[in-house]
Design a protein around this ligand. Structure first.
Ligand code: GLU
Length: 375
């Protein structure tokens, strides 16, 4: 069993969420450059350990508002969108400059809610992110605040970060905040409140502990952090809440006397995904698998177009389909990399022929083994 610290240091893919309160000085609206420079040293250490890193950063509104001369206090929606538009440029520039000091390349991704909730947009966002990771870039992600209106917003980057972690199968999510973790009661009012280093079940009692703990500058309190934990844990991702107000907070998490709350996931991201696929009820179609492919599936291979003999039903790329063998027995279910109409055109063909038949180069597999749950 991995120790809590190893759940961070041994993770393969880590999402780090940085709150506005850490990045931006609440009074001057200036970037806290020396803090970020120190944090980037920790990120460089992680990269040298072989870990993939994604950053979800808040701070665009906090940075942009002072530049535009907006008054302190609550902003109107269009004012915060204007502030985000100005602040995001400054934020991206700061990340580029400071990560550049460690020879790290950044890539900016601005997401809206539909990018993680709508299947096709989700698949596109996911493949862009994994391509960036495979090219050793560090995605720096924020909500696309300038176009998101209140009904279609995540609203807080805690949940956005958890959705990103779920989308790309991260095994660790770290929420750096101005609070060091979860207490049984709000420590500002109840100084003797007990601190919880580990949470492995989000019981009602735990959810109730979050009530009302707010941070100063950002929009996420403890409630949104626990909602993020729900998403992350269900996706097989361990989540840490740690105090980011200190210098080098990631280094601090990896040290013996580290203080944080770790929400431990029971599954790996891969198993959590397979369970989710296995439990999905509605399927739009069926793929009939030939005998050779049936054998290949049993030994853990992906399903290739060459091994599919027929396609039934109407489905889109990314939809859930049922796999049946030549006798019509259900073998399992999985997410199809092709729509029903494209699938019909490529079945029985080699993967190398897909581009020529369809006029675009899609995935080699009809269903990748990670997206497959056999009975
Ligand atoms: N997306 C917002 C920003 O960059 C922050 C949301 C949050 O604080 O969680 O300013």
């Amino acid at each position: 069993m991995a120790t809590l610290i190893e759940r961070f240091t041994g993770a393969k893919r880590v999402v780090i969420k940085i709150g506005s309160a850490l990045l931006v000085d609440g009074e001057t609206g200036q970037l806290r450059k020396s803090w970020l420079t120190a944090l980037v040293k920790d990120i460089a250490v992680m990269r040298r350990r072989g870990q993939e890193v994604l950053i979800v950063s808040s701070g665009s509104i906090a940075m942009g508002r002072s530049v535009l001369g907006l008054k302190p206090g609550t902003l109107r929606l269009e004012e915060s969108q204007a502030a985000a538009a100005t602040g995001q440029v400054l934020l991206a520039h700061a990340y580029q400059e400071i990560l550049g000091l460690e020879d790290l390349t950044i890539a900016q991704i601005l997401l809206t809610l539909s990018d993680t909730e709508e299947r096709r947009r989700y698949l596109n966002a996911r493949s862009t992110l994994s391509t960036l990771l495979s090219l050793n870039a560090i995605p720096v992600i924020n909500e696309n605040d300038t176009v998101a209106t209140s009904e279609i917003r995540y609203g807080d980057n805690d949940r956005l970060a958890a959705r990103v972690a779920q989308m790309i199968g991260a095994d660790c999510l770290i929420l750096l905040s101005d609070i060091d973790g979860l207490y049984e009661a709000d420590p500002t009012h109840t100084p003797e409140a007990r601190f919880l280093p580990e949470v492995n079940e989000l019981s009602e009692d735990i959810m109730a502990m979050a009530g009302g703990v707010q941070t100063a500058v950002g929009s996420g309190g403890m409630v949104t952090k626990l909602k993020a934990a729900q998403i992350a844990m269900a996706a097989g991702c361990n989540m840490f809440i740690a105090n980011g107000t200190i210098e080098r907070p990631l280094k601090a998490i990896s040290e013996d006397n580290a203080r944080f709350t770790c929400f431990t996931a029971k599954d790996t991201p891969r198993n959590a995904r397979k369970k989710w696929i296995a439990a999905s009820l509605s399927s739009q179609g069926q793929l009939v698998v030939d005998t050779g492919a049936e054998k290949a599936l049993q030994v853990g291979k992906s399903l290739l177009p060459a091994g599919v003999s027929d396609v039934h039903g109407e489905f889109e790329r990314g939809d859930l389909v049922i796999l049946v063998n030549q006798q019509g027995r259900e073998l399992g279910r999985g997410l199809s990399a092709y729509s029903a109409s494209d699938a019909l055109r490529i079945i029985g063909h080699k993967s190398s022929e897909i581009a020529e038949i369809l006029g675009y180069s899609g995935r080699d597999e009809m269903i990748h083994r990670d997206e497959l749950a056999l009975n």
